[in-house]
Design a protein around this ligand. Structure first.
Ligand SMILES: [Zn+2]
Length: 275
């Protein structure tokens, strides 16, 4: 992806290297429940929240010693550019296509664990969006995981992940996220919410493509990522079998389908995953 000439977003909160502290289970009961739901809906493992000690710091963390500054700065520049492009895209698309006023979201960069309006989370939960503070949360360690564990390398695969979380922000602005949360735990609604976020990521990809930002292989990178993080793939990877009733994100096939739908049309109205 061509991103170096893209304006940097002003909405990056760099909290890397700050200690998130120990998880205060007693203090934030409700927040933790809300965050657990949010994480569950984003394919993470909410049981990570109940750990009272921080996760081992040597796992995948892009920290330590000599290689950090260059690599970390590159990642920081990259996400700054992607966020800048996402803002440019939705500033234009959202009012045009849905008559909803656009408001920017912040991206919080963290290492290890982080405190959000939804409670505490550890890097093990993966990237997530907290509707309570309208912020995206990302530990760069996930980029390594995407490459090594999900076998979805490439900058456009990483961009897709951020665009998916930004899709949740758009759902927060349109009000659909609130409706789904009010409905309580419901896998079908959760799948619809996730597939719509994938479709919105595709709508953004259409915008970036029109700007000539996509390079050969980029679409394949995003499709590989969308497929790799499908519930059936994750469950196969972690449990060795697939349990359709417990799907919360949709299958690999569905996720790829909706990303492609958004990308081909560039139209939010093609993202009607709620019947
Ligand atoms: Zn999600």
């Amino acid at each position: 992806m061509r991103w170096r000439d893209q304006r940097q977003s002003d909405n990056i909160e760099d909290r890397r290297g700050m200690s998130g502290g120990r998880v205060a289970v007693g203090g934030g009961g409700l927040g933790i429940v809300i965050l657990a739901i949010a994480i569950y809906m984003c394919g993470g493992d909410p049981s990570q929240l109940l750990q009272t000690s921080p996760p081992p710091s040597d796992v995948q963390a892009p920290s330590t010693a000599s290689n950090r500054p260059a690599a970390a700065d590159e990642n920081r520049q990259f996400v700054g550019a992607i966020m800048g492009n996402l803002e440019d895209a939705w500033q234009q698309i959202l009012p045009q296509q849905s008559r909803v006023r656009f408001q920017k979201a912040n991206l919080v960069l963290f290492t290890g664990q982080v405190s959000s309006a939804c409670g505490y989370a550890s890097a093990a939960t993966g990237p997530f969006y907290c509707p309570g503070d309208s912020k995206l949360y990302l530990d760069f360690a996930f980029f390594n995981e995407l490459q090594r564990e999900f076998k979805a390398p490439g900058d456009f695969a990483q961009a897709y992940v951020i665009a998916h979380e930004y899709g949740h922000h758009i759902q927060n602005l349109t009000g659909i996220m609130d409706k789904v949360q009010r409905a309580g735990q419901n896998n079908q609604l959760s799948v619809a919410l996730e597939l719509q976020a994938d479709c919105y990521a595709g709508v953004w990809a259409n915008f970036a493509a029109k700007q000539g930002r996509l390079e050969t292989g980029d679409v394949e990178e995003a499709i590989r990522a969308a497929g790799a993080v499908g519930d059936d793939m994750i469950q196969k990877r972690t449990q060795g079998f697939v349990v359709p009733d417990s799907f919360t994100h949709g299958t690999a096939k569905q996720r790829v389908e909706y990303f492609a739908k958004g990308m081909q049309s560039g139209d939010m109205r093609q993202c009607q995953t709620f019947r």
